[in-house]
Design a protein around this ligand. Structure first.
Ligand SMILES: Nc1nc2c(ncn2[C@@H]2O[C@H](COP(=O)(O)OP(=O)(O)OP(=O)(O)O)[C@@H](O)[C@H]2O)c(=O)[nH]1
Ligand SMILES: [Mg+2]
Length: 321
């Protein structure tokens, strides 16, 4: 299956619900805003139900109205794409050209350490494995640090992935200090001259003060082992949690400072519209999205392709994964 088919398949629940609620989209924009009040209300309701958020929904409908386009679906796709492109990323893509290489460049880690954080069970460890595979297959020498010393089987889980992928894993003692593992990992990456270290952390609720302090410590200690790192702190967000996930993200961002978000389990929800408020309200770029449990079901996020896949139109010629 091509990457685009995976994406399209992953978004099928959201698409189905949108289609059912919004009704036929092959209508004239002008009609919708003059004498088709019903269509307009259905559309609004469909966007809200997909967790796009009320502020974004209002803007999208306004943009559709003013688009000067005839076809409703076309206008809607353009308005939604706009919501999903934070300014910085759009500027970067423009500079590089909208090519597959440019898309990859926007997910190129800035430094050498990525710290992965998030609530329990959102997909942190699996995502680290998928990312390790992604970067390793593009020529980077990758290491993992099993910084989840809290859950008994967590180190072993990452260890199994490491073995399967041929990626070395720095382990700590179960119940040990996660900061110590992170320190060892960051030191080992440096001394062995690897390109990238991905640090796993234990899942935690954003409301637990002590656990948030622990994350801060992990971050500080990495900086001690390797000044300037972690250059990337990515939050893993489970799309199924919808608006609640957004509240989590805000708190994590406030406390730790995020440089990116990975949205997982988009295949498991009809509320895939949640990516809109994430981009809009957090102001942190979505780096990757998870659209399934397989190792290839992780893709660099691209607003235009995401919307195309969501509306099930146009298969691009080249493979930008
Ligand atoms: N359907 C689907 N499942 C996913 C995706 N990403 C992760 N999962 C599943 O989510 C479950 C939890 O994944 P983990 O990687 O263990 O989550 P975690 O955040 O590390 O969990 P804790 O360490 O316990 O906090 C696993 O069954 C994964 O296969 C995705 O994009 N789609
Ligand atoms: Mg984990």
């Amino acid at each position: 299956m091509s990457w685009f088919d995976r994406l399209r398949q992953g978004l099928s629940k959201t698409r189905q619900q949108l289609n059912e609620m919004a009704g036929p989209l092959g209508v004239d924009v002008k009609d919708v805003f003059t004498n088709r009040l019903e269509t307009l209300e259905d559309l609004e309701y469909a966007l809200i139900a997909a967790d796009v958020g009320s502020a974004a929904t209002a803007e999208i409908l306004e943009d559709v109205k003013n688009s000067g386009k005839k076809d409703l679906q076309e206008a809607l796709m353009e308005a939604m794409t706009l919501q999903l492109e934070p300014d910085a990323r759009r500027a970067q893509l423009r500079k590089l050209g909208f090519t597959p290489d440019a898309r990859r460049a926007t997910v190129e880690p800035r430094g050498s350490v990525i710290m992965m954080i998030g609530v329990n069970g959102v997909g942190k460890t699996t995502t680290i494995a998928k990312l390790g595979r992604y970067y390793a297959s593009r020529g980077k020498r990758v290491m993992f640090a099993a910084g989840d010393t809290f859950r008994a089987a967590a180190g072993a889980q990452l260890g199994v992935w490491g073995e399967r992928l041929g990626i070395p894993v720095v382990q700590g003692a179960d119940g040990g200090d996660p900061a110590a593992v992170a320190f060892d990992g960051a030191s080992a990456r440096k001394s062995r001259g690897f390109d990238l270290l991905m640090v796993d952390t234990a899942g935690r609720l954003h409301t637990k003060h002590n656990l948030m302090e622990e994350l801060k410590k992990v971050k500080r200690v990495i900086d001690k082992a390797d000044p300037g790192e972690p250059a990337e702190v990515w939050l893993v967000l489970d799309a199924v949690t919808g608006q609640n996930g957004l509240a989590q993200a805000k708190k994590f961002h406030e406390t730790i400072g995020l440089t990116g978000v990975v949205v997982t389990k988009l295949d498991g929800t009809a509320k895939g519209g949640i990516v809109v408020p994430i981009v809009r309200e957090l102001g942190v770029p979505i780096k990757f999205i998870g659209v399934g449990e397989g190792p290839d079901d992780l893709q660099p996020f691209d607003a235009r392709e995401f919307i195309k896949a969501l509306f099930d139109v146009e298969v691009p010629e080249h493979d930008p994964s």
